[in-house]
Design a protein around this ligand. Structure first.
Ligand code: AMP
Length: 396
């Protein structure tokens, strides 16, 4: 494995897997540029060390081949501005155009390839596709932590074609270092705050965190599956009926392990899923029919704040409510501020997952926490102790 700080990039073409999966509005403008900003130091390092850069990424979830709304072309103006270089573009990530444009690329130049996921081969981890990408460059660098938990062609398989010249970019290196500050060096009490819409996709992580942390705080839409599992009335709130037993088992496991499982006691309820809905505070276990919980209530906010501020290590993934709507953002704002306050007092705080990152940026607290991870799923899997294919491919 090579190191970005010591490698000689002179006249080398470096293909970098970045995570430019950024949100775009209907005018194709970037609404949150966190991921692009994060990748700039890695790209600039290669350019300033005499290399040429070929960037590859996915964007969105195209279903069947190219779709204009998922074209990486939309990112060119912003990327060029941030790099101070006129970024070139190949309309296809493999094929003649990509080959020609890569060949012509000289030191200091940047070529962005079209969305990798316009090919099904990308997510299938197809070897022939990975080889075509590999043939464009002399060096492979992975700086896409967000997809490091996937064995895709560009995140893992491609590394097979670079037995020596492969390395992590700065994001990957930083992510691994900072997550280890929770997993390996986390000072107690450790608190994991898990929110967001659904239990599915997060239950495994919750189960795995049970023997690593002291407190698990549950918020967001997923809290209602837990509350229903406890026999509460949840009105019209979001629920995953098929996961009620699983939620019950997680709470029992937490009790056996002496882990405090904190379920909200009150909620902000609305009569429809709308910022202008009628609202009332309810006991979260007694939500009337026709009403739905869209945020944690003030009593819960205070209780969560106290737990967070007494923690030495904090991990946050997922909002406490529908924070995109101002009337249901208060719980997420309170939690974000409590994390910032704890950090000020010396705690280590790690924020990860698309929506927590969007929330922390929205509240302008990104500089008041210890580390904002760019990879939600990858971060959580790494915390679980799983081997990430994107990390293993570089390290082997
Ligand atoms: P996830 O991607 O699973 O982390 O979910 C994030 C989404 O969950 C955000 O868009 C929130 O608006 C949504 N969310 C949070 N709390 C609730 C809730 N109580 N009911 C419905 N959706 C929610």
């Amino acid at each position: 494995m090579q190191n970005i700080d010591t490698f000689d990039f002179s006249n080398k073409k470096v293909i970098i897997r970045v995570d430019f999966n950024v949100p775009l509005n209907d005018k194709f403008e970037i609404t949150d540029d966190t991921r692009i900003r994060a990748a700039i130091p890695t790209i600039k390092k290669v350019l300033s060390s005499g290399g040429a850069v070929i960037l590859m990424s996915h964007l969105g979830r195209p279903k069947n081949g190219p779709e204009h709304k998922f074209s990486l072309e939309h990112l060119i103006p912003e990327l060029s501005k941030k790099l101070g270089v006129d970024v070139k573009f190949a309309n296809d990530c493999i094929g003649e155009e990509a080959i020609e444009k890569s060949k012509e690329l000289v030191a200091g130049e940047v070529l962005l390839l079209e969305n990798l996921r316009f090919y099904k081969e990308e997510t299938k981890g197809d070897e022939a596709f990975a080889e075509k990408l590999a043939n464009l460059a002399d060096v492979y660098m992975n700086d896409a932590f967000g997809t490091a938990h996937r064995a895709h062609a560009s995140t893992a398989i491609i590394a097979n074609y670079f037995p020596i010249n492969k390395m992590f970019g700065y994001i990957m290196g930083n992510e691994i270092e900072n997550i280890n500050k929770v997993v390996k060096e986390g000072k107690k009490p450790i608190t994991a705050i898990i929110g967001g819409a659904k239990v599915s996709g997060k239950i495994e992580i919750i189960n795995n965190l049970i023997d690593k942390v002291d407190n698990i705080i549950i918020g967001g839409g997923m809290m209602f599956t837990f509350i229903k599992a406890l026999g509460g009335d949840i009105g019209n709130s979001l629920v995953e009926e098929d996961l009620i037993e699983t939620a019950k088992a997680a709470m029992e496991k937490a009790e056996e392990n002496n882990v405090c499982f904190h379920i909200p006691t009150d909620a902000v309820c609305a009569d429809k899923f709308d910022n202008d809905a009628n609202t009332q505070f309810c006991n979260s276990h007694e939500i009337p029919d026709g009403w739905m919980g869209l945020d944690i209530g003030p009593e819960t906010g205070q209780a969560f704040k106290d737990i967070i501020e007494a923690s030495e290590t904090i991990l946050w993934n997922g909002p406490m409510g529908v924070f995109e709507m101002d009337n249901f953002a208060e719980g997420t704002i309170e939690v974000a501020h409590a994390i910032a306050d704890a950090t000020k007092k010396g705690a280590f705080s790690l924020i990860g997952g698309g929506d927590s990152v969007a929330a922390i940026n929205k509240f302008k607290l990104q500089n008041d926490v210890s580390y904002v991870s760019t990879g939600g799923g990858a971060m959580l899997e790494f915390i679980e102790g799983k081997t990430l294919p994107g990390v293993a491919a570089i390290e082997k």
